[in-house]
Write a protein of this length. Structure first.
Length: 385
């Protein structure tokens, strides 16, 4: 059996690791252990509950308004204890958070194999997003096997000197998750979401990037308030991230507007079904840039760069940056120009076909010599390089 230690700490990692955990647990070739760092506490627990995941180890590191230093140090030290106890054949990390990098570094010091899920995303700008661009680059340098969601991600890794035989193009596991969560007659857990009039143009908003704290975040919120003032057929729904840097600014600028609904973070099935009922999505999130295009919803990205250019190439995502006037102009156009809107509102799936977890499992079986043929790659992203 392949003793596999899956480690993650934040909401998006959990959402994207959940289908892979299920896939590996259902295969008798794998002995699966789950370790959560709990870099996020409440937002992680929300996901664990929905997918009924019971971690074998919970490092419980979250502190109020924590620093990158404390997260990094705590993960490295506490994960060492888990590694010593479990002696896994392979550690699987996900994406680009500080949990990702620090747990990969800890696993490297322990000299165990490491696999990187969602490998190869790049903006080529060290500080955007910060610290994620360096987290994922450094993680790639530490890993032995790389599960690239798209062809473009694979090409990025090849350029950094990663060997082709160690890269598998699998699609993104978030599309596997969407298959479970999105339903036609869905009833929301959050009662406010059941009371919304979806014949209005509902705009789902999220924002939490560190490089946007301060003025850029204020610009974003002022643009939203301005749009809500101008359009009375529009309703903004904003599940506010628990980071205090985000919450304080959101409360100050957006609370008490009749067309802006601020709510706490919602469960992932609520979120996916909310996107499915929205007119468009405004976000600086990574995951939403993958989910919304799959659901046929245009995305306006509130950042200067994106590591997910596939949907920009397919014209369902526009990068608006954090300039207040620019955000207002881009969103206004999508609210008033039907032709422009319908050009962007088509479902595309450059990020996956719902079988990424199975491909990752097959790749692991191949890597450890349990199967002879290299698994077929995900081809749906080949046009977007
Ligand atoms: C982290 C990741 C980011 C990812 C994001 C997903 C890093 C450096 N950042 O950013 O890449 O996109 O998660 O959401 O790895 N908090 C709570 N409860 C929670 C979660 C957060 O109270 O469940 C508050 C705490 O005060 C915490 C703060 O938010 O200290 C910041 O959390 P942290 O994980 O450091 O940063 P995020 O902005 O969440
Ligand atoms: N999400 C959620 N509840 C919310 C807001 C977001 O479940 O209230 C989901 C969202 O659908 C996506 C993921 O969380 O799957 C994105 O997480 P986040 O934006 O925090 O991180 P990023 O993707 O930017 O790393």
């Amino acid at each position: 059996m392949i003793k596999t230690m899956i480690v993650f700490g934040t909401r998006p990692e959990a959402i994207k690791m959940a289908p892979l955990i299920k896939e590996l647990q259902n295969d008798s070739n794998f002995d699966v252990r789950v370790c959560v760092t709990a870099q996020h506490r409440q937002m992680l627990d929300q996901v664990l509950e929905i997918f009924d995941i019971k971690p074998d180890y919970d490092l419980n590191i979250m502190k109020h308004n924590q620093s990158l230093y404390s997260v990094t140090a705590d993960v490295i030290l506490k994960f060492e204890e888990v590694l010593k106890k479990e002696k896994p054949d392979i550690v699987l990390v996900h994406g680009d958070t500080t949990t990702t990098f620090a747990s990969a570094l800890s696993a490297f010091y322990y000299r165990t194999k490491i696999g990187h899920v969602e490998a190869g995303l790049r903006t080529f700008n060290k500080y955007s997003p910060f610290p994620e661009e360096m987290n994922r680059k450094l993680t790639a340098a530490l890993c032995d096997v790389h599960f690239a969601p798209t062809k473009r991600a694979k090409l990025n890794l090849l350029k950094e000197g990663i060997k082709e035989e160690d890269i598998f193009v699998t699609g993104n596991t978030v599309i596997d998750t969407l298959k479970y969560t999105v339903q036609k007659d869905y009833k929301f857990r959050e009662p406010i979401l059941n009371r919304i009039d979806y014949t209005k143009k509902v705009i789902t908003l999220t924002a939490h990037r560190r490089e946007n704290f301060g003025k850029p975040l204020e610009n974003i919120f002022e643009a939203v308030a301005n749009l809500a003032d101008q359009f009375d057929d529009v309703l903004f729904v904003y599940p506010v991230h628990l980071n205090p840097n985000v919450r304080d600014a959101a409360e100050r600028i957006l609370r008490n507007h009749p067309r802006i609904i601020l709510i706490d973070p919602v469960d992932v099935d609520d979120m996916h079904n909310l996107i499915a009922r929205s007119y468009l999505v405004l976000t600086d999130s990574g995951g939403l840039q993958e989910e919304a295009p799959s659901l046929g919803k245009p995305v306006v990205v509130l950042r200067d760069t994106t590591e997910r250019p596939e949907a920009v190439l397919a014209n369902t995502v526009k990068v608006a940056g954090t300039d207040k006037h620019n955000i207002v102009d881009v969103v206004k156009r999508l609210l008033t120009d039907e032709e422009e809107y319908s050009k962007m509102a088509h479902a595309i799936n450059p990020y996956g076909d719902g079988f990424a977890s199975r491909r990752i499992k097959d790749a692991l079986l191949y890597y450890f010599g349990y199967r002879k043929e290299k698994p077929e790659e995900f081809k749906g992203s080949d046009l977007y390089v």
